[in-house]
Design a protein around this ligand. Structure first.
Ligand SMILES: Nc1ncnc2c1ncn2[C@@H]1O[C@H](COP(=O)(O)OP(=O)(O)OP(=O)(O)O)[C@@H](O)[C@H]1O
Ligand SMILES: [Mg+2]
Length: 360
């Protein structure tokens, strides 16, 4: 669970954050009609639609439900909506519903008074109250414990909360943005998610497109991540055509997060000034969802080992020491293997060459 209150990363076209701060007395229509959702990279048609939607919902305070696979940018969008909107000067409180401690969750959200339970030495404000006049971002809302769903719904509808152990009610005014990568409707059908809460949260629904539906954004994203992640002292700022082709051929089930990790890993492995296909050890060959080998595929032992190393490096964000530990091998062995993989055999090198036969 974390919360912060800053305005980083969002730039408002036709205005700035200072003028946004004086917007309490402006009508909604006077808000800039388009937020430059800083940090959200993409020029594809789905991203244009998404940016447009973000601009629109930023101008209202209606609840928003963000739906999308892991790594599609739900948290980034939640931030963009908050910091691009009427409440940008107030707190954005993020609650990861999957990480709430069952015994503490009620007091975390609603607060408690002194003596409410053993160990409650003093009163404590709940996160809903911290988010007063701001936004509460309920991440992984599908994981909200069932026993809290009714209480939460009441708090949203009545706009007031009662801290644990208190008889007094506190007025709250929060904008709710919820996110999930689960099928909430299935949860409703299966009885694990309250239908009334679902309706309450699902006022404006925004679906985030998976990266495989907007592959044209990959080159832009890659250049963004090269800029963001490369060591200023290192000169890797570009990527070869062959490497880009390989990135475009993969379906990215982990979406933008997986791509970001792959670029970070490649930067760790790279020794030249241009990222080549050889540096992309963490990007599986032909194992994207669409091109996945069938279950009966016989894979040479060396390739299996290569994939295991690549996936572990991806998992550890390129940290070789952690990867070696996870794989149960020494760091030197890992380095030796990586060196071997980057000296690819001639037939694979040929496959890596572009159609014009040039090494990319
Ligand atoms: N359009 C984008 N442009 C730039 N970076 C992006 C974009 N979408 C996602 N990212 C980056 O990808 C990573 C994952 O994004 P984020 O945490 O918002 O995803 P998520 O949908 O909340 O994933 P999860 O369901 O796993 O929590 C972050 O580092 C984020 O900055
Ligand atoms: Mg998230």
């Amino acid at each position: 669970m974390s919360y912060w209150n800053d305005a980083g990363g969002i730039h408002i076209l036709g205005g700035d954050l200072e003028t946004m701060g004086n917007q309490a007395n402006l009508s909604r229509a006077a808000l800039p009609c388009q937020a430059d959702v800083g940090g959200l990279i993409g020029q594809s048609a789905p991203m244009h639609l998404l940016n447009d939607l973000i601009g629109r919902v930023s101008r209202s305070t209606s609840p928003v439900l963000l739906i999308g696979d892991t790594g599609t940018g739900k948290e980034l969008v939640a931030r963009a909506i908050h910091f691009g909107g009427l409440r940008c000067e107030k707190a954005l409180v993020t609650v990861d519903c999957s990480a709430l401690t069952p015994t503490l969750v009620e007091s975390e959200l609603f607060g408690h008074v002194k003596g409410a339970f053993t160990g409650a030495d003093c009163s404590r404000q709940g996160l809903l109250q911290t988010a007063h006049e701001g936004t509460i971002f309920l991440d992984e809302i599908g994981e909200l414990p069932t026993f809290l769903q009714a209480k939460f719904l009441r708090a949203l509808q009545e706009k007031e909360i009662r801290p644990v152990g208190s008889t007094e009610r506190i007025q709250i005014d929060v904008r709710v943005i919820a996110a999930t990568n689960r099928d909430l409707e299935a949860g409703v059908r299966g009885g694990t998610f309250r239908q009334d809460l679902y309706f309450r949260l699902n006022v404006v629904q925004i679906r985030l497109p998976p990266l495989c539906e907007r592959k044209v954004d990959i080159p832009l994203l890659v250049s963004h991540f090269l800029e963001k992640l490369s060591d200023p002292l290192q000169s890797v700022r570009t990527i070869s055509d062959g490497a880009l082709r390989r990135l475009m051929a993969y379906d990215w089930p982990g979406n933008v997060r997986e791509l970001e990790n792959a670029i970070e890993c490649a930067l760790v492995l790279s020794s030249g000034s241009v990222l080549t296909a050889d540096d992309l050890a963490s990007v599986p060959y032909g194992t994207s969802a669409r091109n996945a080998p069938d279950r009966n595929e016989l894979v040479p032992l060396e390739e299996l080992e290569r994939r295991a190393i690549a996936n572990t490096l991806l998992e550890t964000g390129g940290n070789k020491l952690s990867a070696a530990r996870l794989l149960g091998i020494g760091k030197t062995t890992l380095y030796r293997r990586l060196r071997r993989y980057t000296q690819l055999p001639a037939d694979r090198l040929r496959a890596e060459r572009g159609p014009n036969g040039k090494q990319t």
